[in-house]
Design a protein around this ligand. Structure first.
Ligand code: ADP
Ligand code: MG
Length: 584
């Protein structure tokens, strides 16, 4: 889109060589006139561009600096540094309202953790899951299982590549040996590369020092000591894995031996080419044995066990970051957290540590006490930003985001003030600033002024409603549609029974399942919580209590959003449904 193009040209630069093709299609175009186009884009281009780089104001942008979050970031780092020492970090629970920088800070810390772990070659993996998207135990475990399977496969590929290059070295070595041995009248054939070894030292020493091996093979040592599903391939036995330097070199006493390069298998756990080949095929078998978890269909315990094995394949510390964890618990209970938090007692090679991030301060009330105490070993609170802090954040970003002089002085303080009212939400502050800029741009203003911020505030609120309505499940949309139809027909103080009757007709019309009135009452409460309807309980004296429902969002826009759903747009004649109200 044109408004994303930061390298705009102003109109006078735009007179691309005149009139060709484009304007010729217009009936009245004057082909001789230099400015023969009809100015479709000229006006839009004429304003000075407002943005230098709009991307930095988008939520997807991860800032390199997070002012006013150093306490929280340092605390996370202090806890997680254990992972770099090969210890299990305490689990962490992070709380704070939306837009307080939790996700940005956690991602920042995990990036640092992973890059430091690479720097020092400490095996540590961080996995981030957004539980708003991945919201069932099955999906969380499946996603984790598949990610670790992917990582394991990549590691196995690396190890196989290392072992294959070891085989190449062996080939070279053998060729060199063969060249040496063709000189003297030597009837040894090159067909068995280890002929050399066995001939030189017919009785390989049974005892050997294992002390030097571990360091010298550290590159692929995890493969050799753990994780294989088929341990019989592993040269676990020290006597087997030993290579004896002395044995091999002292075996040949002639002078040529001193020129010989070190044997490639020396200081590896392998004695023969066959060992290496066996190891490669064992690794290949491991790789094939990982079965990716399908996104649905398996029993959950099978998914768990695949995930468990994938994590435990290698020695490492695994940090699992569960963002929006309250959404997961709300939707599917605390089983996932229970299973994750008890893993460490059963893992043999790896250790798991969990970081839960929640917008809802109270969600731990719904947790099993064991889960609660395990997950909340450490707690970090992200308080709302105040208006001054939001100002700092906005000022930081605006330096990169806007052209010099594009912002009038009161814009950032006003965005900060609006967002501070909105529970200190930095996301809202950035949205406001970006939207104000877009509105200024659209009205061809050269600077963003206070009024653009106010318009932006209204626009964002309407966008929010549209988005919430658009993404409602069909059943909720039907309930909301019933309420809208009633309001459109002048019904005030709508009660649940009336909504239910119309809802029922709508369901029949589009062949949807009809929920019970009780469920419909729940859906109305949900719409209430989303701020789409207002439902107040009123006492009807001896008739008990009932809900009075009214719409709290703009009717026409909301109806338009509902009708843009293909299922609902099939309902064309709505009058009979409203009639239904009077029939019961
Ligand atoms: P949360 O996860 O708490 O809802 P986010 O981490 O997603 O909040 O932050 C919302 C937006 O505000 C993101 O665009 C983020 O980059 C930005 N943000 C939050 N805190 C800061 C900060 N201290 N400095 C700079 N940007 C911030
Ligand atoms: Mg977040």
């Amino acid at each position: 889109m044109s408004d994303d193009n930061s390298e705009r040209t102003s109109s006078d630069e735009v007179e691309v060589d005149g009139t060709s093709g484009f304007s010729a299609n217009f009936e009245n175009a004057d082909l001789d006139d230099e400015e023969s186009n009809q100015g479709l884009f000229d006006d839009l281009l004429s304003g000075e561009p407002i943005f230098e780089n709009k991307e930095v104001l988008r939520p997807s942008y991860t800032p390199h600096e997070l002012p006013h979050r150093s306490d929280q970031i340092n605390k996370m780092a202090t806890i997680l540094v254990a992972a770099l020492r090969g210890e299990t970090p305490s689990n962490i629970l992070i709380y704070g309202k939306t837009g307080t920088g939790k996700t940005a800070s956690a991602k920042f810390v995990s990036k640092e953790l992973e890059s430091t772990s690479k720097k020092y070659s400490v095996p540590c993996d961080v996995e981030y899951i957004n539980c708003e998207v991945t919201d069932t135990q099955y999906r969380v475990l499946a996603q984790l299982a598949n990610k670790f399977i992917e990582k394991n496969k990549a590691r196995i590929d690396d190890r196989i590549a290392d072992l294959e290059s070891l085989l190449d070295d062996l080939d070279e070595f053998d060729a060199a040996v063969e060249r040496d041995s063709t000189d003297p009248a030597d009837d040894r054939t090159a067909s068995d590369p280890f002929d050399f070894v066995s001939a030189a030292d017919p009785e390989p020493p049974k005892e050997s020092s294992t002390g030097t091996q571990n360091e010298s093979t550290s590159g692929d040592s995890p493969v050799e000591t753990r994780g294989s599903s088929d341990r019989s391939h592993e040269p676990d036995d020290p006597a087997l894995t030993a290579t004896d330097e002395g044995g091999r070199n002292t075996g040949t006493t002639d002078g040529a031996a001193t020129d010989r390069p070190t044997h490639p298998l020396e200081s590896t756990p392998f004695e023969t080419r066959g060992d290496v080949e066996d190891r490669i095929s064992a690794l290949a078998d491991d790789k094939d044995s990982f079965e990716e978890v399908p996104m649905t269909g398996w029993p959950t315990d099978r998914v768990y066990s695949v995930f468990f094995d994938a994590v435990d394949y290698d020695e490492r510390v695994v940090v699992i970051m569960l963002d929006e964890i309250d959404k997961l618990v709300e939707k599917s209970g605390d089983d996932t957290l229970y299973n994750l938090s008890r893993m460490n007692s059963e893992l043999e090679n790896s250790r798991v540590s969990i970081i839960g991030i929640s917008n809802d301060l109270k969600f731990t009330d719904f947790l099993d006490p064991r889960v609660k105490s395990s997950l909340g070993e450490e707690e970090i609170v992200f308080p709302p930003y105040d208006a001054n802090q939001l100002r700092d954040i906005l000022e930081h970003r605006s330096e990169v985001a806007f052209k010099g002089g594009a912002l009038s002085d009161d814009v950032i303080p006003l965005c900060a003030a609006f967002a501070a009212q909105e529970h200190g939400d930095a996301r809202r502050a950035l949205d406001l600033l970006r939207t104000a800029g877009e509105l200024a741009e659209r009205s061809q203003s050269e600077t963003i002024v206070e009024d653009h911020v106010r318009q932006a505030q209204d626009k964002i609120e309407l966008d929010r409603v549209v988005e919430v309505v658009r993404t409602l499940p069909t059943q909720s949309k039907l309930v909301l549609f019933a309420i809208i139809l009633l309001e459109k027909n002048g019904v005030h103080s709508i009660n649940t029974g009336e909504v239910f009757n119309i809802y029922k007709r709508l369901c029949e019309e589009i062949d949807a399942d009809v929920l019970t009135q009780r469920r419909v009452t729940d859906l109305i409460s949900e719409l209430d919580m989303l701020g789409i309807v207002n439902a107040v309980v009123v006492s009807k004296g001896r008739y008990g209590r009932t809900k009075e429902i009214s719409l709290s969002v703009p009717l026409e826009e909301t109806e338009a959003v509902l009708l843009s759903d293909s299922r609902l747009s099939d309902i064309d004649d709505i009058q009979p449904f409203v009639q239904a109200r009077f029939e019961n």
